[in-house]
Design a protein around this ligand. Structure first.
Ligand code: PLP
Length: 380
């Protein structure tokens, strides 16, 4: 299958619009020029709308994990405690990062299980400089209660760090209202930019509590904040300039669609995938409760009975549709469909139709067309 005909439906990197791809090939400019500063400044202004924040925002060259690393390395010293909440792969990453720089206090739940807020509060009561969580746990298709944890962080005066990497731009994400001190996203998710940029917002409280000297030189948040406040705004080191061109164009597209409209469309699209799954008798993977939600950007489903990962994803790939499998202990047990950024209704319908084709081949299709019909009903 020609790469141009391939439909990428994984939870990041996501499909990039042609006009954003074209922006990547603009002639190079100096990263110390006013021209670059204007692009950086405009991007930060637009990003603040997705973050729903008045805090400063910086763009760092590196993937989303760089933002997680920068947040923890700049806040947590060797003797400092950080409560790290996990119910999937990326929450566990926060624990690994916390252990690297200081004293991680993990509050661990089963992958895909909802948070128990009492357990989180019990950990915070013992005292911690910070608490870190993942808003949208991509590995399990679950959205965690950032607002509730934010209340606990405020009550216990901890710096609240939230990985919004597969959330910001797709989900409602209220940085200021939820007391989030450091929020992080990555370019390759709901922003629909190629991979390679991390965006981080920093509250005055986080800034006040940054270590005088971060353990990371490159990812020292203080240096990044200092540079973005220069006139014109700058980055401390040479940034991936073409990705900034792409970010600017992608944000123009989001602004044209409307930030709230983009989020509403994304939510509807995930709902359409869930509805198709139901019609096809495919079970959703995560467990939700009053405080947790099915993700609006990635839908994780149990592998239909008798169908292997190889047959399902391999069969779909043969038809040019790429979806994700499970990670680590969920390998072969679940598959995941990403619906964020500039994903269209047509993309979703092609994906569901291809899923139906594979299920039919494996003798597991209940009713031909039921998934497509259910999805299109939601999509309108
Ligand atoms: N956190 C979440 C929720 C993610 O979905 C991802 C990537 O899939 C990451 C962190 C890691 O981001 P990156 O691969 O850009 O470093």
């Amino acid at each position: 299958m020609d790469i141009e005909d391939t439909l990428l439906m994984i939870p990041g990197p996501v499909k990039v619009a042609p006009r954003v791809l074209r922006a990547l090939s603009k002639p190079m400019i100096s990263h110390r020029s006013g021209e670059f500063g204007a692009i950086y400044s405009e991007c930060c202004g637009l990003l603040k709308q997705f973050f729903e924040t008045r805090n400063d925002v910086v763009i760092m060259t590196g993937s989303g994990t760089l933002g997680m690393d920068a947040a923890v390395a700049s806040t947590i010293g060797h003797e400092d405690k950080i409560v790290t909440i996990s119910n999937g792969k990326f929450g566990e990453r926060f624990t690994e990062i916390g252990e690297r720089y200081g004293q991680a206090v993990p509050v661990k739940f089963e992958w895909g299980a909802p948070y128990d807020l009492d357990k989180i509060e019990a950990a915070l009561e013992k005292g911690a400089k910070a608490v870190a969580m993942v808003h949208n746990e991509t590995s399990v298709g679950l959205t965690n209660p950032a607002k509730e944890v934010g209340k606990l962080a405020k009550k216990h005066d901890a710096v609240f760090i939230v990985d919004g990497i597969s959330s910001i731009g797709g989900n409602e994400f209220l940085t200021d209202e939820w007391n989030i001190d450091i929020a992080i996203t990555g370019s390759q998710k709901a922003l629909a930019v190629p991979p390679g940029l991390a965006v981080v917002s920093v509250s005055p409280k986080a800034e006040e509590r940054f270590l005088p000297r971060s353990s990371s030189y490159y990812a020292d948040m203080k240096a990044h904040i200092k540079s973005v406040r220069k006139s014109p705004p700058q980055t401390p080191f040479t940034p991936a300039v073409p990705l900034f061109f792409a970010m600017q164009e992608a944000l123009h597209m989001a602004a044209e669609e409307g930030f709230a409209a983009r989020r509403a469309r994304t939510a509807k699209q995930a709902e359409s995938v869930r509805s198709a799954a139901k019609a096809l008798g495919i079970e959703l993977f995560p467990t939700v409760d009053a405080n947790s939600y099915y993700s609006n950007t990635v839908t994780a489903m149990k592998m239909p009975g008798g169908v292997t990962d190889d047959k399902l994803r391999g069969g779909m790939k043969k038809q040019g549709v790429i979806v994700s499998g499970g990670q680590e202990q969920l390998k072969g047990k679940i598959f995941r469909i990403g619906t964020m950024g500039v994903c269209s209704s047509g993309d979703i319908l092609r994906t569901i139709q291809t899923l139906e084709l594979v299920l039919a081949k494996e003798g597991q299709l209940r009713a031909r067309g039921a998934g497509v019909e259910a999805a299109s009903k939601v999509l309108g």
